[in-house]
Design a protein around this ligand. Structure first.
Ligand SMILES: [Zn+2]
Length: 234
């Protein structure tokens, strides 16, 4: 269900409780709570692809939703990836969109310079993943290499979003990140291969879950902030 419909439904639910004078309980209470801030009178529903990211100003979160929309629309139209950079305070675009290939975007030396000169934790980097999987080891390495990147956010072509920030976590070197990422990939390989062979998952579904597990484990290991938000959730 699209987000605005969900907010509408939550609004109606809240109203029905108000009319009976009862306090919402259980599932209803949770649903109302989840969409509470969008239910307030006069508040317009969140933009498509909006995600709640702790610590970001409202403007940045709105800008992020727009960047995610641009990235996923580019991806769905071309089958390729693109890379967008926005200001972590204002949500405004700070660098022209970079069009990439089917499964990567080449980071030019100009972009590298830009990222090294920008203020610490001042930029959110956004890109799309055609197969809707989580971050690659290369994605994490790029983030670690630039103190200016506060978050990276990926949107899958199915609308799933992944949010990553080092936060106060560790900063292992490139070699270690790749090594641990590969180790975890191997650890779960058989589990997902069996699902695919048995026909319970498509290869794409398996890789979506597999890559998410890798990231969950890595985030726990190094104290990073990592979250997956399913389509139409915030
Ligand atoms: Zn990526």
């Amino acid at each position: 269900m699209p987000l605005d419909k969900k907010v509408e439904a939550a609004k109606r639910l809240k109203r029905s409780y108000e009319l009976t004078g009862q306090k919402p309980k259980g599932v209803d209470a949770n649903l109302i709570k989840e969409y509470e801030e969008w239910i307030e009178p006069g508040k317009k529903p969140p933009p498509e692809h909006y995600v709640e990211v702790a610590g970001l100003p409202d403007k940045a979160k709105e800008g992020l939703a727009h960047a995610l929309k641009e990235a996923v629309e580019f991806g769905r139209n071309t089958g390729r990836e693109c890379l967008i950079h926005i200001d972590a305070r204002t949500g405004e675009k700070v660098y022209a969109t970079i069009e990439g290939e089917k499964d990567q975007v080449i980071i030019s030396s100009t972009l590298r310079d830009f990222l090294s000169r920008a203020e610490e934790r001042s930029i959110i980097q956004v890109h799309n993943h055609p197969r809707s999987s989580s971050f690659s080891d290369a994605d994490i390495i790029v983030t670690m290499a630039h103190e200016s990147i506060s978050h990276i956010v990926v949107i899958g072509h199915d609308g799933t979003r992944y949010i990553f920030s080092r936060g106060n976590g560790q900063k292992p070197d490139q070699r270690e990140i790749s090594l641990q990422w590969l180790k975890l990939r191997d650890k779960y390989y058989n589990q997902f291969a069996q699902e695919v062979i048995a026909g319970r998952m498509t290869e794409e579904q398996a890789w979506k879950e597999h890559s998410h597990l890798i990231m969950q484990d890595l985030a726990e290991m190094y104290g990073w902030e990592y979250r997956r938000v399913m389509p139409n959730e915030i």
